[in-house]
Design a binder for this molecule. Structure first.
Ligand code: E4P
Length: 216
């Protein structure tokens, strides 16, 4: 399973890349708005650092505007994936952009029906938001399970990009279900590394080693 960082923060991304586990980036207007500087330049910098798929979202609401913005975003760097919201207009824009050979990530997916329609119009990725579903007492992982089943039934090549992840168990569950990608905030990626028994075990190994070294 691929792991993307859900961030527009260049320092955060630079800090995680050396780990060797990062395959791409997702951004959204909320994330990019938090960062200083020109968002286009920031996106280009992120693409240069990551050298992998980097989702950049359109903000137009009409299909024509989304297509125009999508083309502009795609022209910034070969790694840019155009992100469009799942709306009637977004579906039309996805069809047009994917027909031109541009990679499209259809975002704000909250139902299996939406994922199916996005796959039909050639989305490279669909982004179901598991955390936001869990927040309203609905099952985020239930949705992932449904989409995995549907995509397998029809051999869609659209990848399932699990978004709005809140903690390690979202990543583990997504992997168990066979999702293609999880996009995670930096804090969730950091949490994947942590286990108290690893810390306790390492401390004991080092203490025991120190004792041995002290023997005459
Ligand atoms: C994914 O592409 C989205 O940017 C993101 O995962 C949304 O997460 P949130 O629900 O924590 O805002």
């Amino acid at each position: 399973m691929k792991i993307f960082i859900d961030s527009g923060n260049i320092k955060e991304i630079e800090g995680l890349m050396p780990l060797g586990i990062i395959d791409g980036i997702t951004t959204n207007p909320s994330l990019l708005a938090k960062e200083p500087g020109d968002y286009r330049e920031n996106l280009k910098t992120i693409c240069r650092i990551v050298q992998g798929p980097t989702s950049a979202e359109v903000v137009a609401l009409d299909a024509e505007g989304m297509i125009r913005e999508g083309r502009e975003l795609a022209a910034l760097d070969e790694h840019i994936v155009v992100k469009v919201p799942f709306t009637r207009e977004g579906v039309q824009a996805c069809k047009a952009l994917s027909s031109e050979g541009k990679r499209v990530n259809v975002t704000l997916i909250f139902s299996a029906a939406q994922a199916l329609l996005a796959a039909k119009v050639g989305a490279t990725y669909v982004s179901p938001f598991v955390g936001r579903l869990d927040d309203i007492a609905s099952s985020g992982m239930g949705l992932i399970s449904d989409i995995v089943e549907i995509f397998e039934n029809y051999q869609f090549t659209t990848e399932i990009l699990v978004a709005s992840t809140r903690g390690p168990m979202h990543i583990v569950e997504a992997a168990r279900l066979g999702a293609d990608i999880c996009t995670c905030p930096a804090a969730v990626i950091e949490a994947l590394f942590k286990h108290p028994l690893t810390d306790i075990g390492l401390e004991k190994f080092l203490k025991d080693w120190e004792k041995t070294q002290k023997k005459p």
